[in-house]
Design a protein around this ligand. Structure first.
Ligand SMILES: Cc1ncc(COP(=O)(O)O)c(C=O)c1O
Length: 407
């Protein structure tokens, strides 16, 4: 191995890999929170490295990954279709469940049509790069999710113009819109709920600007579906303006307890994407158990609205509790409860105390996952956390915060 290493070291392309020490340094210091192996999961409690810990960092918002009906649907789908479709939706990879899921998703969101992709990342990247081309404009919030940014960049390579407006700053958005040709294609793109801090966008203002300047609106509702809006229908429904959102992007990897993504909108637009998007056409379709699980989860979302209320209650309970303890926690209405800490070092130390001493697992967000100069512990809650889990999280934070002198 040593011989191979020294050979590889001489390759110019790989030099950066040898000088990349950030992860290794954290591992050596015992402060590395990433890639921890989960050995079992019941949802709110998981087993990591042989011990049970409270999971306070998952996006399994309604707790449906372990719901008996979701498990059973996935098993039945494997029994009926096998484990993979082994092909693109375009060719041999469409099963009846894909079409059923698309119909149900579009019906649920009140859109004419939907298109299911293999991941949410591919949906974001694929939809944007297919729709916005030469001479057209993307107006994107600076903090948009990486999958949207990937879409922006591919669009740019085909001749579109990218304008990134300051985070949540619709005045800045308007400053740009004002300068663009009235008849050019323009797409305003934003997360509906931002994944880091959990802020909800001011959609009515964005829609007003879109109408004034003849632009279309795309909202990524990954963290909004099942969380906000009437019956968990997301950002558009939260503001009762869903009909003015041209395209809704979403993932199955959070509320819908699976993996995959989709876009919903007008049929003619969805048909265009379906026949033109390389990310859709040149990738194998989501597997039968994944599609079946998402369908079952959607069904539960429709029929058990009390889960959405419980999720809101749980997140509010911890948000308020942490604020009362003296932590810097943003107000919010979503399942995301970020605790802001003074610097990266404190974030990693806090994580270590919470995990090793308090048996609580949360996420550490430092740049580039957090804005430059910021560090935080990103907590996210599930409808299936019981009050005793939440109280344990608060107790753990209290001890860790005191130990590090930040409360
Ligand atoms: C806002 C947002 N959009 C898109 C995605 C990508 O979804 P997926 O996990 O299905 O690739 C995520 C997931 O991290 C997300 O948070």
């Amino acid at each position: 191995m040593a011989g191979l290493d020294s050979k590889v070291k001489k390759v110019p392309l790989f030099k950066k890999c040898f000088s990349f020490k950030r992860a290794e340094n954290l591992i050596q210091a015992g402060l590395f929170p990433y890639f921890r192996e989960i050995q079992e999961s019941e949802g709110p409690v998981v087993q990591i490295e042989g011990k049970k810990v409270i999971m306070a960092g998952s996006n399994n918002y309604l707790g449906l990954t372990t719901h008996p009906k979701v498990r059973e649907a996935a098993i039945q789908a494997i029994n009926k279709y096998g484990t993979s479709c082994s092909g693109s939706r375009f060719l041999t990879g469409t099963i009846d469940l894909h079409n059923q899921l698309e119909e149900e998703l579009s019906g649920f969101l009140g859109k004419e049509a939907a298109l299911v992709f293999s991941t949410g990342f591919q949906a974001g990247q694929g939809v944007i790069s297919t729709l916005v081309g030469r001479g057209e404009y993307i107006l994107a919030d600076k903090d948009n999710h990486a999958s949207l940014v990937a879409g922006h960049l591919i669009s740019k390579s085909t001749g579109s113009h990218i304008i990134r407006y300051n985070h949540l700053n619709n005045d800045h958005l308007e400053t740009h819109l004002r300068q663009l040709p009235a008849d050019a294609g323009k797409l305003i793109i934003s997360d509906g709920v931002f994944s880091t801090y959990g802020e909800i966008i001011n959609l009515p203002e964005i829609i007003q600007l879109a109408k004034k300047y003849n632009a279309q609106v795309l909202v990524d509702d990954a963290h909004a579906l099942g969380v906000i809006g009437e019956s968990g229908r997301g950002t558009g429904h939260y503001f009762h303006q869903s009909h003015d959102v041209d395209l809704i992007l979403c993932t199955f990897s959070k509320t819908l307890a699976s993996i995959g993504g989709f876009v919903a909108g007008d049929k003619v637009v969805i048909d265009f994407i379906k026949h033109q998007s390389p990310a859709f056409i040149f990738s194998a379709s989501p597997s039968p158990p994944n599609v079946a699980a998402a369908l079952a989860a959607l069904n539960i979302l429709r029929n058990e609205p009390q889960r959405i209320q419980q999720l809101r209650f749980n997140a509010d309970y911890v948000r308020k509790g942490l604020q009362e303890l003296g932590f810097e926690v943003l107000n919010g209405e979503t399942a995301i409860v970020p605790v802001i800490v003074p610097n990266e070092e404190t974030a990693f130390k806090m994580w270590k105390i919470l995990y090793e001493e308090e048996n609580i697992f949360v996420n550490v967000f430092v740049p580039p996952a957090a804005p430059a100069g910021k560090a935080m512990l990103r907590n996210s809650f599930m409808a299936t956390h019981a009050t005793h889990h939440l109280n344990r999280v608060l107790e753990g934070y209290k001890k860790a915060g005191k130990k590090l002198n930040i409360i």
